[in-house]
Design a protein around this ligand. Structure first.
Ligand code: SF4
Ligand code: SF4
Ligand code: SF4
Ligand code: FES
Length: 345
């Protein structure tokens, strides 16, 4: 059949959605609750387009075109609906993508990652992170006013992580290699959508006080699934810094639960798209209805979840962690407390 997308006539075979036809023709349409070749249902509306025949805004990922349909994918109206849809998703999302310490380091050091390696005894890897950012770290940090330590969330619990001390320690151990591998530092993309959590609430502080202490004292606050997160990517593209609605303080921060193997689930990062529900048998399921609806994984279903399912998740909610199990354990050390609390409740 023939349809018109953005004033261009396009031949669309049976069984192809508007989203697929438009993408095949080179138009960029974002999608979150759509997964190619997997079961999905419309829920996020970030793939919105306009049916000019009746003026309706429709989800392109589940709509099959009809003969002669006229579609708009790039008008102001359509783009506004997409932005609003993203903002709604982010309104109850604990978007602590990057740890605050990493965000403020003027050299672009991924402080959280460096500490993650340090805490797991992987000193070479820890040092390698430092070497990516500094030519001479021991000097660089001496003259730096340490905004990382001022921003450290641990300070709202007791005292900040001694980040400079650890960098110095690592640099001292690896001085020879340092001179060989040092660089001028990394450029951080300030336009990226990033943490908006700030300090912990009283309730969170009380909970985190009970967490397993790591050698450095670091809580490893960054989102472990941030590398492949589409929600973050689209928020960045849309230039969203802070959604105009914010209900995220109602959610629990850092509530990662172990699924099996290297698979982890963090409910406060879930946008309830349902992909994991529709594509797992005896796995994830919806709980409750309306605004309070949640995607949950009953304890007895955890063994059935496969890594391929985690790769379909559009956010950092369901993810496969670093294969070094020690790192996995450390990064998710908060989960045991939460799981125990959930059992009690
Ligand atoms: S607790 Fe760790 S990850 Fe969080 S801000 Fe402090 S140093 Fe960074
Ligand atoms: S799921 Fe995505 S948007 Fe949310 S905190 Fe993680 S990286 Fe950021
Ligand atoms: S865990 Fe991921 S795939 Fe499952 S509903 Fe949440 S966001 Fe969607
Ligand atoms: S991707 Fe189409 S409604 Fe979510």
């Amino acid at each position: 059949m023939q349809v018109t997308i953005n004033n261009t006539p396009i031949e669309v075979p049976d069984g192809e959605t508007i989203l697929e036809a438009a993408r095949r023709s080179g138009y960029i349409i974002p999608s979150l609750c759509y997964a190619k070749d997997a079961k999905h249902k419309s829920s996020c509306m970030v793939c919105a387009v306009k049916n000019c025949g009746n003026g309706q805004i429709i989800p392109s990922c589940t709509t099959y075109p009809t003969e002669g349909m006229i579609i708009e994918t790039e008008s102001k109206e359509v783009l506004l609906v997409r932005t609003l849809s993203l903002e709604l998703l982010l309104s109850d999302h604990r978007a602590d993508c990057e740890a605050p310490c990493s965000m403020v380091c003027p050299k672009g050091l991924d402080v959280e990652k460096m500490l993650l390696y340090y805490d797991s005894g992987c000193y070479e890897e820890s040092y390698a992170e430092i070497a990516k950012a500094f030519r001479l770290p021991e000097i660089g940090c001496d003259t730096c006013k340490a905004p990382c330590e001022k921003a450290c969330r641990r300070s709202t619990i007791d005292k900040p992580v001694n980040i400079r001390g650890i960098i110095k320690e690592m640099a001292g151990i690896q001085t020879t290699t340092l001179l060989l591998t040092g660089t001028n530092g990394l450029k951080k993309d300030k336009n990226k959508f990033f943490s908006r959590l700030g300090r912990f609430t009283n309730h969170e502080r009380e909970r985190l006080k009970q967490t397993t202490s790591t050698p450095s004292g670091c809580l490893h606050c960054a989102c472990a699934g941030r590398e492949g997160c589409k929600l973050r990517m689209y928020a960045t593209v849309e230039g969203i810094k802070r959604p105009r609605y914010d209900l995220s303080s109602m959610l629990t921060v850092m509530n990662k639960t172990h699924v099996n193997g290297n698979i982890w689930f963090e409910q406060s990062k879930c946008i309830r798209c349902g992909i994991c529900v529709y594509n797992s048998e005896n796995g994830f399921t919806f709980k409750d209805r309306g605004f309070g609806m949640q995607v949950v994984l009953p304890e007895e279903n955890k063994p059935h979840i496969k890594e391929e399912l985690a790769t379909l998740c559009p956010t950092g909610a369901l993810y496969v962690a670093d294969s070094k199990s020690q790192l996995t354990k450390l990064r998710n050390s908060h989960s045991s407390v939460v799981e125990n609390q959930q059992v009690k409740n």
